[in-house]
Write a protein that binds this ligand. Structure first.
Ligand code: CU
Length: 154
């Protein structure tokens, strides 16, 4: 009887282990990606989206898009009433805690825009992570003063 239980456990262990290993690998999804329209002379633009991780925590490593030379992660700080932006060193994405990148907070900055972002345009943005496979989202350009992906302009 004891042998049978051990044998059964061994079989289960072999069957379950690869499944657990897969569950530990994070998958990060990006959704609701949008950007604010820019003026014709602007060289930078902001992109906002939501990152959701499943499986395990992960970290954003970099981003790229054909419309800009460089992609940076920024945060907006209010220092004595003056809004400033600075690069985010580490952006973690934890399962169950979606990271919402939005105006006035953490955001993606397109540096060296190759052309203005016009309302109604869309472009691809690829984000890479430390462990999860890279994701490419379609970013939709909203009005210059928009507050969200589906915001009305007044
Ligand atoms: Cu910025």
């Amino acid at each position: 009887m004891r042998h049978v239980i051990l044998a059964a456990a061994a079989v289960l262990g072999m069957a379950v282990a690869p499944h657990l290993a897969r569950a530990q690998t994070p998958v990060v999804e990006a959704s609701a990606a949008w950007a604010r329209a820019t003026t014709s002379s602007a060289r930078v633009g902001g992109v906002f989206l939501t990152l959701t991780a499943t499986g395990a925590p992960d970290r954003v490593v970099s981003g790229s898009t054909p419309v800009a030379e460089r992609v940076e992660l920024h945060e907006t700080l209010n220092e004595a009433g003056i809004m400033k932006m600075r690069p985010v060193e580490v952006l973690l994405v934890t399962p169950g805690e979606p990271v919402v990148l939005k105006p006035g907070a953490q955001h993606i900055m397109l540096m060296g825009l190759k052309k203005p972002l016009n309302r109604g345009d869309s472009f691809p943005l690829t984000i890479t992570f430390a462990k999860a496979p890279p994701v490419t989202v379609t970013v939709t350009v909203q009005a210059a003063g928009a507050a969200g992906p589906g915001a009305h302009s007044h």
